[in-house]
Structure formats: C-alpha cells, structure tokens
Design a protein around this ligand. Structure first.
Ligand code: S6P
Ligand code: ZN
Length: 188
C-alpha cells in the first residue's frame, strides 16, 4: 500500500545569519589558544588574550560522518580582529577524501576565501553577502575576516569528505592574508 503524507522538514535555517536548528547540529568553537602556530606572528598570538573566540562552526549532520552520497551543511562565524597584521581566520584544511568539493557562500560581513592547490599555489576570492564559491576537490580552503563586523558564511559539503589538517598545520598555506596599507594582500 502507498502512503501519502505531508510533513514538516526536521531542519530549519535562519537565512539571515545561517543559524541551523533541528536534527543533529554540532557546534565547535576555536579560541586563540586553539590556533597555536597558525598565524605568522606566533609570539604576538601567544601574548594576546588566549580565551578570545576567533571562530565558531555549526554543522548539520543528517547522516553519519563518512557516509557516501550524503551532504552536510554548516555555518561559520569568524570574528573580526588581527594577530599583528594577519586577519583572524580559520585553520583551513584539505578534505581527507581529497577529491571532494564544497560550496561556500557569504551571509554577513566581508572576507576572503583563501584557496591552495596540491602544487601549493594560493589564490583568494572575496566573500560578501550573496557571494557564492565553488571549492573544487584537492584544494585547501580557509576563510579570513577582513571587516570590522563578524563574517558569516554558509557551507555544504559531502558527508564523506572528512578534514585533513596535517599539511596546513605543518606547512601552512604558501601565502598569508595580511593587511598592508589598510588593504588585504596575499603575501608569500
Ligand atoms: C567543512 C567546511 C567548514 C569548516 C569551517 C571551519 O568542510 O569547510 O565547515 O570546517 O569553516 O574551518 P576549519 O578549517 O577549522 O575546519
Ligand atoms: Zn571543507
């Protein structure tokens, strides 16, 4: 027998700020003390207030991690600020299943999506409310806030993408996003 029914989606999204409700939503917060070694000026970073919140991530996981064929949905807030001349940013990662792609889009504030391929060529795309970014597989990605207000981005990625932080943790990106004469510039 065929059953018909109209049901509400278990998930909801605040389209203004990316807030996610329903299902399994996990939250991760990164403070300055979680980012040892990620900024160029480590001694400056170590002198700053260590419990300052740099970024916070909500991830909606409707299926188990590593499920082939599923999709995850997320929202990241990067707070405004700099370590020396380097804008607050996420750690950045390749995907563990390296060929898995991802979409990002801007919701609030202004930032840069910093991208680096396996040959360690780095480039960046400007993020603003309504900007849409396709991150191909095999490309590491990190976001930096270049505004004075919080930067909010949305993201959608395959549930079997995973996160590989090793290369970025050990070698960083080949260029860093620094403020030079009041403007963001990729250095390196
Ligand atoms: C997941 C996606 C984002 C980031 C988040 C934090 O594939 O790219 O949800 O996890 O922006 O960045 P990171 O580099 O600390 O994971
Ligand atoms: Zn990713």
């Amino acid at each position: 027998m065929i059953h018909n029914s109209i049901v509400e989606s278990p998930f909801s999204l605040n389209i203004l700020n990316g807030n996610l409700i329903g299902g399994k939503v996990i939250e991760a917060k990164k403070c300055l003390n979680d980012l040892v070694g990620f900024f160029d000026d480590e001694s400056k970073r170590s002198e700053m207030k260590q419990d300052e919140l740099i970024y916070e991530v909500l991830s909606l996981l409707p299926v188990k991690e590593n499920t082939e064929g599923g999709l995850f949905f997320g929202r990241t807030i990067i707070h405004p600020g700099k370590v020396g001349d380097e804008y607050y940013m996420t750690k950045g990662h390749f995907h563990s299943n390296s060929n898995r792609a991802e979409y990002y889009w801007g919701l609030e504030g202004e930032g840069m999506l910093i991208l680096m391929n396996r040959d360690r060529n780095t480039w960046a795309e400007r993020i603003f409310p309504g900007s849409l970014h396709y991150i191909p597989g095999h490309v590491a990605h990190r976001t930096a806030n270049i505004s004075n207000i919080r930067l909010i981005i949305g993201a959608c990625w395959p549930s079997d993408a995973g996160h590989d932080y090793d290369e970025i943790q050990n070698k960083g990106f080949s260029s860093r996003l620094m403020e030079v004469n009041g403007k963001p510039q990729l250095i390196g």
